[in-house]
Design a binder for this molecule. Structure first.
Ligand SMILES: C[S@@+](CC[C@H](N)C(=O)[O-])C[C@H]1O[C@@H](n2cnc3c(N)ncnc32)[C@H](O)[C@@H]1O
Length: 323
């Protein structure tokens, strides 16, 4: 539903508020981990919480003499390499440079990291300067992959990459820009829970890093009364406790407290945890370990039920067929 967010902000809550500062020189040709800045955007020392992180795009496309390389945004899926698509693995194998948030670099298969000419990673935040770095490396002639969890078009960096490329006067055709999809968290988490997403579904992110909370509330108010299954991304962080509680209040104002709710933390990661509960219980779980910024919550619709520890959202076959 909304596309407000950037990837790592969401999953960074377990780290401190250290900034990802790429502040030294490079020739856009490959250097050390998080110590390059082809671009020149001044990524601030923001905590991703949203105060003073204005960034300016540095070099323009005309500043580069080389024939541009290729630029791909690659979705890694939820976590472990077995959840990556073959196409994603192929795109990464073809990239000279891989650019991403450190948590995502850590998710890469060893053979990919071993073969890459250069990996540019930053601890957290800094998504604008890092994306610009990727673009500048591409404009300097390298084949570059920007990585992220899930799918690159779901609260992720594909759009930012195109926006920055455009602002630099570059062209998607010239850099042969491509998006390589990955399995989004809602689908990975839905699979862990049974079959909760079988009918109409919307996603809502509770991160107010880039979208004002009042807009998020309006979106929740709009979808809560309707018959959607709702996938809630970025549900909780220390700074966003209130967003979670507000979300629960809005949902409970429109849906039965007995509505099934599935919670999946860290799907396909070492700390994966799953719980099926109900909407009435959800507000009490905000402080529990299972809900943080690596969690996706799936709120059933009025037809969703739980059978043998699985959430089931009927598609409607039962209205037409006997079985
Ligand atoms: C900024 S969004 C990025 C979404 C990602 N591009 C996708 O397609 O899944 C980050 C949010 O995705 C969800 N998420 C990402 N990976 C997850 C995982 N392995 N398990 C559960 N939720 C996950 C969490 O809600 C997290 O706060």
């Amino acid at each position: 539903m909304s596309t407000d967010d950037t990837t790592e902000t969401a999953e960074a809550s377990t780290e401190t508020d250290a900034a990802a500062k790429a502040d030294t020189e490079s020739n856009c040709g490959g250097s050390t981990d998080a110590e390059s800045n082809c671009g020149g955007s001044t990524d601030s020392e923001s905590n991703c919480g949203g105060s003073t992180d204005e960034e300016e795009v540095g070099a323009s496309a005309d500043d580069f003499d080389a024939e541009p390389g290729t630029l791909v945004t690659v979705g890694l899926g939820p976590g472990k390499p077995e959840g990556m698509t073959a196409r994603a693995k192929g795109a990464l194998a073809n990239a000279d440079h891989i650019v991403g948030y450190r948590t995502y670099v850590d998710l890469l298969p060893d053979e990919i990291t071993a073969d890459a000419e250069d990996i540019y990673s930053t601890p957290m935040c800094g998504e604008v300067s890092r994306t610009e770095e990727a673009i500048d490396r591409t404009l300097a002639g390298n084949d570059v992959a920007i990585i992220g969890s899930g799918d690159p078009n779901v609260y992720a960096l594909s759009g930012l990459a195109l926006e920055i490329l455009e602002s630099k006067g570059g062209s998607a055709e010239a850099v042969d820009f491509e998006v390589v999809p990955g399995v989004p968290a809602a689908q990975s988490c839905g699979a862990r829970l049974g079959a909760p997403l079988v009918n109409d579904t919307v996603s809502v992110s509770l991160s107010d890093h880039l979208t004002p909370m009042e807009d998020i509330e309006s979106r929740l108010e709009a979808v809560a009364p309707e018959g959607f299954t709702i996938a809630i991304y970025n549900p909780w962080s220390r700074k966003r406790r209130e967003n979670f509680q507000t979300c629960c209040e809005i949902l409970l104002a429109h849906r039965d407290p007995g509505t099934p709710v599935g919670i999946v933390h860290g799907a396909s990661r070492d700390d994966e945890a799953t719980m099926i509960t109900d909407l009435g219980t959800l507000p009490d779980l905000g402080e529990e370990e299972i809900i943080d910024m690596t969690t996706t919550i799936i709120v059933g619709n009025e037809d969703t039920y739980v059978w043998e520890d699985r959430m089931v959202t009927p598609r409607g076959y039962e209205t037409k067929y006997d079985y």
